[in-house]
Ligand binder design. Structure first.
Ligand code: TEU
Length: 589
């Protein structure tokens, strides 16, 4: 890390001083290292694999790489359970290799952002080992410990200190038989929650963050960062109808001290450092109003957040596993509310895919006959909104969900634990449970990236930790990049358009034809320039109302769209066009 990378950069536009921040024109690419590329043949992706693909990423044109966790971990949750924040897990490589990766990214003009998982650690972290050694341990209070519920013996049914359920099934409390107390874990039992009320915890985390920034990383994606402040009285939650556990969410989502903590973190870690850093907070359950507080630059908390509203619109009343399909009207309403809510202050992150979401082309498009068209339609709609777009590995190739045959094919603890709980305690039909896991499981996003038609899709020379999607023979990077209909090329064009067009970066968003069932249309206006975006979210031809198809086509997903050959009155199945209704500056078709 050279000294000038951490020095305050006086020339960088500071959002507080006015003027758009650099990340308004940036595109972030997320790497899930386990599944990206394996350089040593052990079947698990690694840093060497990423280094080998830096040119591929630079050619795509992305500005920032975000690495899902590569720290030392027992991998119960694939690295989201960290046992040492300052070590690279040997399965991924070494700190030296990490420095090479960082230098390689910087050399190609890309920044590198780390995943920061500090709501919880692994149960194998030294802090937790020490904390659980005795009730008088100096680190006892670094985690949340409680006696069994009054009137209950430790370990008896219902003895948990609160009725909260964990995100990965079962109760949010596990008994430590050694000390007779329970510890809190909002996720798996192997992920005990840190107690942010304790100033020593916060200071240890800030030290660690400063250590990584001094090493030269360009910022952090902060895992469930709006869960870190709990109501210390830990009240019971409401049990939903047919549910097993209470919902603790209201007592820890954007809890009482969350803004204090983030402002303190800003002061202790980011103040005085370069304006070229980036912070993004992952925030399930965050509202637009809260997002405004988290991302208003004068409050000095975060640059942007990941909100979850749009990826939960296809949940039924029973939640994630009760899939009911997307109603486009709901998405229009939701995205429009977020676009307007953060129009003048704050900033949006734009995503449809990540390592926790099924593949977008299977979930929202047509992953069979019109895979190219529907993948590029969704990419176009997403990237033309106001905010920073995120691309998840394989999305740029139109990778699809996976035809998992049986529960044995799944690896993710969320899917595996849910299957066990649903088929036993809830008494559900295993085939029915399997059907919903097939659609929504996080493993859909976690199979190896399909690089080529070679064995295991060119991901590894060994046995991959999770089987490659059998469609790799036709869907892979090598084939896509030379195909006439290349999804990768479409992403390249979208990235260039954002880099070069102020209207894409900053334009005011206006939704059009709000009530149309299959047309998603909007304008982006900036400085006398207006772009009109029209997208057909269906496999049927669509007649465009009110002359909407007129204008010069800057970018489209049907090859003839810009050559004046397409009919401006119609959109073909899953067709998207970006039209300039003011003098065009660039030709992107
Ligand atoms: O996810 C937080 C989260 O609440 C959900 O996205 C969750 O993973 C799941 O999809 C609910 O169905 C973050 C990470 O992105 C995820 O990979 C981790 O498992 C989780 O935190 C715990 O660290």
């Amino acid at each position: 890390m050279s000294a000038d990378q951490t020095a305050p950069d006086e020339t960088a536009p500071d959002p507080v001083q006015g003027g758009p921040a650099w990340w308004t024109s940036a595109i972030v690419y997320q790497i899930y290292p386990r599944s990206f590329a394996d350089s040593d043949g052990d079947g698990v992706g690694d840093l060497g694999g990423i280094i080998g693909k830096l040119d591929y990423l630079a050619e795509l044109g992305v500005d920032v790489l975000w690495l899902s966790p590569v720290y030392q971990s027992p991998h119960y949750d694939n690295g989201y359970d960290i046992s040492d924040y300052r070590q690279i897990d040997p399965v991924f490589g070494t700190l030296e290799q990490f420095s090479d990766l960082l230098a390689g990214a910087h050399h190609r003009g890309m920044k590198l952002v780390m995943d920061l998982v500090v709501n919880h650690t692994s149960h194998e972290h030294e802090w937790f080992k020490e904390a659980s050694s005795s009730v008088t341990s100096p680190k006892r209070d670094w985690y949340w410990w409680r006696e069994p519920r009054e009137g209950f013996d430790a370990g008896a049914p219902g003895a948990e200190p609160t009725n909260w359920g964990a995100a990965f099934s079962g109760p949010a409390w596990t008994l430590d038989p050694h000390t007779g107390q329970y510890y809190l874990h909002l996720f798996a039992a192997q992920q005990p929650d840190l107690n942010w009320e304790n100033p020593e915890v916060r200071s240890a985390i800030y030290d660690m963050m400063n250590w990584w920034l001094d090493l030269g990383v360009d910022g952090f994606r902060m895992d469930v960062i709006n869960y870190i402040s709990k109501d210390p009285t830990l009240p019971d939650g409401v049990v939903p109808p047919g549910g097993l556990w209470g919902d603790g969410g209201p007592h820890f989502i954007s809890g009482p001290r969350i803004h204090d903590y983030l402002q303190e973190m800003h002061r202790e870690v980011f103040t005085g450092r370069s304006a070229d850093l980036i912070t993004v907070g992952e925030m399930p359950g965050a509202t637009v109003k809260e997002a405004l507080l988290f991302t208003d630059p004068v409050r000095r908390e975060l640059d942007m957040i990941f909100q979850f509203e749009h990826v939960e619109l296809d949940y039924g009343p029973g939640g994630k596993w009760d899939y009911r399909g997307l109603n486009l009207a709901d998405l229009k309403t939701s995205w429009t509310r977020w676009q307007h809510g953060l129009a003048t202050t704050g900033w949006n992150s734009l995503y449809l895919n990540n390592h926790d979401q099924p593949r977008l082309v299977s979930r929202f498009g047509d992953d069979a006959g019109l895979r190219y068209e529907s993948a590029t339609l969704w990419a176009t709609l997403l990237h033309l909104h106001r905010g920073t777009p995120y691309i998840y590995q394989g999305e740029e190739l139109g990778m699809t969900n996976v035809p998992f045959a049986s529960i044995e094919d799944f690896s993710d603890l969320e899917s595996v634990n849910y299957f066990a709980e649903a088929t036993t305690v809830l008494g559900m039909d295993p085939e029915e449970v399997l059907a919903s896991i097939r659609i929504m499981s996080r493993d859909n996003a976690r199979t190896p990236v399909q690089w080529s038609g070679e064995a295991h899709a060119g991901f590894t020379t060994g046995e991959p930790w999770l089987s490659v999607n059998p469609n790799y023979l036709s869907i892979n990077a090598e084939a896509d990049r030379v195909a006439e209909k290349s999804i990768y090329s479409h992403y390249q064009r979208l990235i260039r358009l954002r880099h070069e067009s102020a209207a894409v970066r900053l334009g005011e968003f206006t939704l059009l034809e709000a009530d149309h069932p299959t047309l998603y249309a909007f304008t982006r206006s900036h400085d006398g320039e207006t772009l009109t975006v029209v997208g057909n979210v269906s496999g049927e031809k669509l007649a465009l109302p009110n002359g909407l198809g007129h204008g010069e086509c800057l970018l489209g997903n049907y090859r003839d769209a810009g050559a004046g050959k397409s009919d401006p009155g119609w959109l073909r199945p899953w067709e998207a066009r970006v039209l300039s209704t003011s003098p065009a500056v660039h030709e992107f078709v």
